[in-house]
Design a protein around this ligand. Structure first.
Ligand code: PPE
Length: 309
């Protein structure tokens, strides 16, 4: 089982100021702790020859503000101020590469489900995080299990928002998969079509055509849109459409995308080997290009990087 421990850094940004890592605490009656009333992001910063660079910061900040809007929460900082705070968190901690976790949450104030008078608080932490699904997973591919837990219904949870409470659904699925010896869960939507995994989007490749589910009951992943764009640039046909779990079983290749997972190949689903049971040709090509892009090695995609100077 892959355990991805947090490697402590020095400071955490809380509501506008930097606090020592060990003192970055909240009250036990914090609204978000009881009800999941928070929105968050996962952003990655990579080492490049020009210093640390944050990948697609603008898109992550836009999604964060979109999540807040969907939830009905007002972030007490402008997008510009928040973006600067993200960069400063990397800088203050002198990190060359890291995972960045901004969270906006309802704090300690009134209890009960009415959120109207709860204080909106913010924090940004950054730390170095190892391979989300394991180094071996990245190199050899992982094993998925179709979850017995159905993905959040589009009118029960807001699927375009990264709301903390949404993730209980993911945790149930992930827990089931790992306890049964798999690496990750593949979740189906309420109609039975493939949606996404607990913390990643899913792609398949069949006869050189790449497919990924529509962003109906799935988070519109920023890595997902990156992979769609670079696959098109490479000349591959790419389709966003509904498909079933057995279409995954007979795919030539399958892989997952996410900020934390990057591009992780899938070698097996529900004990059925996918393709040759190892990372496929197109998967590897996209994985290598993605890694070159995030490390600032490809001029054409440098506009996706925000250097931390
Ligand atoms: N779906 C879900 C449910 C999801 O949580 C993520 C990100 C994605 C798709 C991919 O989105 P993007 O990162 O924009 O490409 N999952 C984040 C949280 C992981 C965690 O364990 O925490 C992440 O990768 O940062």
């Amino acid at each position: 089982m892959v355990l991805i421990m947090v490697d402590k850094s020095e400071k955490i940004w809380m509501d506008g100021t930097f606090i020592d890592w060990d003192n970055a605490k909240v009250h036990v009656l914090t609204h978000a702790l009881h009800y999941g009333s928070a929105i968050f992001e996962g952003i990655k910063c990579y080492e490049t020859k020009n210093g640390p660079a944050i990948f697609r910061l603008k898109e992550h900040i836009d999604r964060l503000y979109g999540s807040a809007h969907i939830f009905g929460m007002k972030i007490p900082f402008s997008k510009q101020e928040f973006s600067e705070a993200v960069k400063n968190t990397v800088k203050v901690n002198k990190l060359k590469s890291c995972y960045i976790r901004p969270i906006v949450y309802l704090g300690y104030g009134p209890m009960g489900l009415n959120p109207v008078n709860s204080p909106v608080q913010c924090s940004i932490a950054a730390w170095s995080w190892g391979a989300y699904l394991g180094e071996e997973g990245i190199a050899k591919g992982i094993r998925l299990k179709t979850s017995s837990f159905v993905r959040n219904h589009v009118n029960a949870m807001m699927t375009k928002a990264k709301i903390s409470g949404n993730y209980v659904n993911s945790i149930l699925a992930k827990q089931e998969a790992v306890l049964e010896g798999f690496d990750e869960s593949m979740m189906l939507d309420t109609e039975g079509y493939v949606s996404e995994c607990s913390g990643e989007n899913l792609f398949i490749v069949k006869n050189n055509v790449i497919k990924t589910p529509f962003t109906l009951a799935v988070l519109p992943g920023i890595t997902r849109s990156t992979i769609i764009e670079i696959a098109k640039d490479l000349g591959y046909g790419i389709k966003e459409e509904r498909f079933t779990r057995d279409e995954v079983y007979i795919a030539d290749e399958c892989f997952l995308t996410g900020t934390a997972a990057e591009l992780t190949p899938v070698r097996e689903v529900d004990n059925r080997q996918i393709g040759e049971g190892k990372p496929g040709k197109i998967t590897k090509e996209l994985q290598n290009l993605f890694l070159d892009i995030v490390h600032g090695k490809i001029k054409k995609y440098e506009h996706w990087l925000d250097y931390v100077k």
